[in-house]
Design a protein around this ligand. Structure first.
Ligand SMILES: *[C@@H]1O[C@H](CO)[C@@H](O)[C@H](O)[C@H]1NC(C)=O
Ligand SMILES: *[C@@H]1O[C@H](CO)[C@@H](O)[C@H](O)[C@H]1NC(C)=O
Ligand SMILES: *[C@@H]1O[C@H](CO)[C@@H](O)[C@H](O)[C@H]1NC(C)=O
Ligand SMILES: *[C@@H]1O[C@H](CO)[C@@H](O)[C@H](O)[C@H]1NC(C)=O
Ligand SMILES: *[C@@H]1O[C@H](CO)[C@@H](O)[C@H](O)[C@H]1NC(C)=O
Length: 160
């Protein structure tokens, strides 16, 4: 009985599976413009349900040049991901707004946290990545900052 209940779950792993492994954004962000926040993806051995992305901006300081640990900062915004933006080997793109309040001429740390659920029992997992960008005129999509180094993660995955 137990085996036949699990069978449909196991066969789902033969479908294309991918997960988010990083972040990419224009190296220059111009206040009050829109930009493409890209979630980089990679094949994964099992399907992952990405639920939502939330991002924010903070000014690097001498004490925290890579941002205050476990924070996203200010001007947070979020986007639902869901089935259409999960398990895709194409990068996931989000149209985001550069806050009009960001000071030109300064660097900002742009962080994104992605909450996903992982098999087999939908264990929630939040992972965050960040890039340092410059604020000023001249934003374009040919010069990007990317990171695949996990900034922090919080997992509640339970295999019991
Ligand atoms: C931001 O852009 C909108 C139109 O896209 C404009 O109405 C608004 O005045 C701008 N705000 C600032 C602070 O530049
Ligand atoms: C995903 O985005 C990165 C950086 O923007 C790019 O280098 C890479 O080619 C993209 N991958 C795909 C499959 O489009
Ligand atoms: C959040 O994103 C939406 C959609 O891009 C945009 O209309 C809204 O102004 C953003 N809010 C903030 C606080 O950036
Ligand atoms: C894009 O921005 C970079 C700096 O981030 C600059 O070096 C490059 O010339 C710009 N390209 C275009 C086409 O504007
Ligand atoms: C940004 O990522 C780096 C690793 O690339 C990490 O050391 C740092 O704590 C992260 N910052 C935040 C605010 O998450």
């Amino acid at each position: 009985m137990r085996v036949s209940t699990l069978a449909p779950i196991l066969s789902a792993t033969s479908l294309a599976s991918a997960r988010v492994i990083g972040l990419s954004a224009p190296a220059i962000l111009t206040p009050n413009s829109t930009f493409t926040l890209t979630l980089l993806t990679q094949p994964y051995f099992q399907p992952v349900s990405d639920i939502a992305a939330v991002w924010g901006f903070q000014t690097p300081t001498q004490a925290n040049p890579r941002g205050a640990p476990y924070t996203l900062g200010h001007f947070t915004n979020s986007s639902y991901l869901g089935p259409t933006k999960s398990n895709t080997l194409k990068n996931v793109t989000i149209e985001a707004v550069v806050p009009a309040e960001l000071l030109e001429g300064k660097d900002q740390l742009l962080s994104v946290a992605v909450m996903s659920t992982y098999p087999p029992y939908a264990g929630p997992w939040t992972q965050a990545w960040n890039v340092t960008v410059h604020v000023g005129p001249g934003q374009n999509n040919s010069d990007l900052m990317s990171s695949t180094e996990v900034g922090w993660d919080e997992s509640a995955i339970c295999y019991a």
